[in-house]
Design a protein around this ligand. Structure first.
Ligand SMILES: Nc1nc2c(c(=O)[nH]1)N[C@H]1C(S)=C(S)[C@@H](COP(=O)(O)OP(=O)(O)OC[C@H]3O[C@@H](n4cnc5c(N)ncnc54)[C@H](O)[C@@H]3O)O[C@H]1N2
Ligand code: MOO
Ligand SMILES: [Mg+2]
Length: 394
């Protein structure tokens, strides 16, 4: 059997970052930056007021209470300002530029609020309620580095430095295709022998969680030609394809039967539980990576975490971050098959982890109740309670 780490290494050697693309800012959310972004100006661009109040010379209000004449009103957005001379003040609003001569702002709450003359009850020291130019960003400074995932705050600062378009690695478009004659669409009644199709929903959702766009291409029956035709039709919009089912040893294994003759996809047994039968390779003239995952729902989920997610990160220009693990202590003894690395479904709380009831590859409800995978090495078949293990948080 092929070791898990070698299978992942083969995948990461094949999958390449997607070509950078310039997009409108509105479309950049969730994408990864493919350029360093710097600010053409300092931020804030000018000294300005942090509060609604009065721009003053601090020395003029040091002896407060004092009464001083107000020479003008400055709103945010005003650009033409009169400098204030000794003993004069300007009424100023939050975000408005500080007039020359002023070095402090007295909040309106410390005054009588006068508009032609104001009585200031309390002194404000130099710099009080003043936001300095360049305090957030110096002109020319890089604000976001290539490889940063663009969330709401990152999108905000891109606009804040004046960008309308930005160069990103696009979200990988991933087509998810299920196979199996037994699969019925959720929402429709079950005929004898059928189950509701769940893998395409789960895997498309996992793609979205990993920063890609997942497209369900539905389920096809066990005819290899039907599978190939559907795959062909979907390839135009795919940066990667995930299939589920049809890769094991049965009489009807459409994925394996259809893809093996191409010579570009290999099927192997990977030394893991769940998720032993795995196919990986490339298809179509553009050599689109294809992950042929086993059909058992827990097997396909674990395969996604171990193999597809790192590949999607790579496509987005991120470090693969092979499933990151934490250390935890088992609360009960556990067993694991020999010769396969197992990924038991567990609940991690703090630094302890307990495996959930129902470790079969078909037990999707048990997976849905778990928040972690407990990694048990290939050569370990039993662990006592209190053993230290590696855990992949989900
Ligand atoms: N003789 C052997 N039989 C099996 C072996 C083996 O080595 N020798 N391996 C087992 C292992 S391990 C796994 S995992 C499965 C993999 O099977 P396939 O990838 O061929 O998948 P199917 O046969 O199509 O389905 C397996 C199982 O999963 C259910 N399934 C499939 N697709 C979906 C879906 N989209 N939504 C929900 N459930 C799905 C399907 O009904 C089957 O119960 O093979 C073992 N057999
Ligand atoms: O991958 Mo299968 O789940 O090992 O049972
Ligand atoms: Mg099968």
């Amino acid at each position: 059997m092929k070791p898990v780490d070698r299978h992942l290494a083969d995948i990461l050697a094949t999958v390449q970052p997607l070509a950078p693309l310039e997009v409108e800012l509105e479309r950049a959310l969730g994408c990864v930056l493919a350029e360093d972004v710097s600010s053409p100006v300092p931020l804030p661009p000018f000294d300005n007021s942090a509060m609604d109040g009065y721009a003053v010379r601090a020395e003029d209000v040091a002896a407060a209470p004092v009464s001083l004449p107000v020479i003008e009103d400055i709103a945010a957005g005003d650009g033409e300002l009169r400098a204030i001379g000794p003993g004069l003040v300007t009424r100023i609003m939050t975000g408005a530029p500080l007039p020359a001569g002023a070095d402090a702002v007295v909040p309106v709450e410390w005054t009588d609020g006068g508009t032609t003359r104001v009585t200031i009850h309390k002194p404000a020291g130099p710099g009080h309620a003043v936001r300095r130019a360049g305090e957030d960003v110096k002109g020319g400074d890089v604000v976001l580095r290539e490889g940063t995932r663009i969330g709401a705050a990152q999108l905000g600062i891109l606009a804040g430095v004046g960008r309308r378009r930005v160069t990103v690695r696009p979200r990988p478009r991933v087509v998810v295709l299920s196979t199996g004659a037994e699969l019925a669409e959720p929402g429709s009644p079950l005929a004898p022998g059928q189950i509701w199709e769940s893998n395409s929903f789960m895997l498309a959702a996992a793609v979205r969680e990993a920063g890609g766009e997942g497209f369900r291409a539905g389920a096809v029956t066990d005819d290899p030609q039907v599978f190939l035709d559907r795959l062909d039709a979907q390839l135009v919009r795919a940066d990667a394809v995930i299939t589920s089912g049809g890769v094991s040893m049965g009489a009807y294994e459409p994925v394996k039967e259809a893809l093996s003759p191409l010579g570009t996809v290999s099927f192997e047994k990977v030394a893991m539980q769940p998720g032993m039968p795995q196919g990986f390779g490339v298809v179509g003239p553009d050599e689109v990576p294809i992950f042929a995952l086993p059909g058992n729902p827990v097997s396909s989920f674990v395969s996604f975490i171990l193999f597809v997610r790192p590949a999607l990160r790579r496509m987005q220009g991120l470090p693969a971050n092979l499933p990151e693990t934490v250390r935890a202590t088992t609360t009960a003894a556990l067993r694991s098959p020999s010769g396969r690395r197992s990924y038991l479904r567990g609940v991690l709380s703090g630094t302890t982890v307990d495996t959930v009831r129902g470790q079969g590859s078909h037990q999707l409800a048990a997976l849905a109740s778990a928040n972690a995978l407990v990694v048990v090495p290939e050569d370990v078949t039993e662990l006592p309670a209190g053993a230290e293990v590696e855990v992949i948080p989900l």
